[in-house]
Design a protein around this ligand. Structure first.
Ligand code: F6R
Length: 366
């Protein structure tokens, strides 16, 4: 039931801090991250030398973040593919120690299940990150990590997105611990950073629900461009996907550095651009992209870190996030603003945010 919320999207966006708390609870033991659900021996885990992450839609975006976390923390090379593309590829370059990670909220997405069966058929172990107990993905995989986000009713995914990213972070740490790329102190340091996420998201939520101003920028828009760099190019993809699926406003996302290779031609006075520009190693590069956007008369809404004057002075509106210790975890915090923004824009356009047209909660046909 809705329990006082206007719609399931609002409810599920609000449930994110508790979902992540549930997922993290009891995951740090004396020897490090506890992830027995993997059902792999320490030796087999340490031997993993390549990972295929396969997913669709929002879960694919989780995969892009997971790729960075695994490569950075565990130094294992990762390929991340849309299931619908992977299934028709001719040559899949696996090794004797390749692991397949499927990410699927519903656990019933046909393309993702087909991909998992294909990888299994080639002799790979398949590990599933899913939200639904006893789902096909859970039943057919060698190991399964339930994200425990609770039922997601709204067709567009919100709490499963952030919870799945945290689940993948735990997996990356578990792998780093097994293959020796991190010692126990480093692992618990990263776990402590993950444990700060629920409160960071609470802070963002308390601000985002109060802020309907940003949505007005899209009032007369036909299209919007989302930009970000590094891990937050993925935040841009996810923000654009949320906006287009529930508000029917065309939205496109690009890594900010790619803007000048084409999309910049779209810009004209009043064109809305959403830039994700937190305090991180690529901050100044993204600020220059914002300057290019502003110089063409476009209107920029930014997601930026508290106190960032360089962004505030350029943009029409800033959605503020508190400082995040590890910049790789910013996507889990920043996306919350974009979920709320998409919902406000959709509602102002009279759309049913829980049941967007043409979409189903799980896509069980290929
Ligand atoms: C978007 C959305 C979809 C799903 C996709 C995969 O908000 O919900 O893009 O993420 O259909 O679904 P799962 O994760 O159930 O495999």
């Amino acid at each position: 039931t809705l329990g006082g919320y206007a719609d399931f999207m609002e409810k599920e966006i609000s449930e994110q801090p508790e979902a992540i708390e549930r997922l993290l609870k009891g995951r740090l033991g004396e020897k490090g991250i506890l992830l027995d659900e993997l059902r792999m021996s320490e030796k087999d885990l340490a031997a993993v030398d390549r990972i295929f992450i396969i997913a669709c839609g929002t879960s694919y975006h989780v995969g892009l973040i997971a790729r960075t976390l695994i490569q950075t923390w565990a130094h294992v090379p990762v390929v991340c593919e849309y299931a619908s593309e992977f299934n028709y590829e001719q040559d899949v370059l696996i090794t004797g120690h390749t692991l397949c990670l499927i990410i699927t909220q519903s656990g019933e997405t046909a393309d993702t299940l087909t991909a998992a069966r294909r990888m299994k058929g080639m002799g790979c172990k398949v590990f599933a990150v899913t939200n639904v107990l006893g789902s096909s993905a859970a039943r057919e995989s060698d190991g399964v990590l339930y994200v425990q986000a609770g039922p997601e009713v709204c067709v567009c995914s919100t709490k499963a997105y952030t919870a799945q990213m945290v689940a993948c972070a735990l997996f990356a740490l578990r792998l780093a611990q097994a293959n020796g790329h991190m010692d126990a102190a480093e692992v618990s340091g990263h776990y402590a950073d993950l444990a700060t996420l629920p409160d960071l998201i609470r802070t963002v939520l308390s601000r985002a629900w109060q802020d309907k101003q940003a949505a007005t920028v899209f009032r007369r828009a036909h299209s919007a461009l989302f930009l970000g760099r590094g891990v937050n190019s993925t935040t841009a993809y996810e923000g654009a996907l949320k906006l287009k699926e529930i508000s029917y406003l065309h939205a496109e996302a690009y890594p900010a550095g790619e803007m000048k290779h084409g999309p910049i031609a779209l810009l004209e006075p009043g064109f809305p651009v959403v830039a994700i520009v937190p305090e991180d190693r690529v901050h100044d590069k993204t600020v220059s992209n914002i300057q290019e956007v502003i110089a063409r008369g476009a209107t920029c809404v930014a997601v930026a870190t508290d106190g960032d004057e360089s962004v505030a002075s350029l943009c029409e509106h800033v959605l503020w996030i508190p400082p995040v210790e590890d910049e790789l975890l910013v996507p889990i915090v920043a996306v919350v603003h974009l979920q709320v923004l998409a919902r406000y824009v959709a509602r102002s356009r009279g759309c049913d945010v829980d049941k967007p047209r043409n979409l189903a909660k799980s896509v069980t046909v290929e």
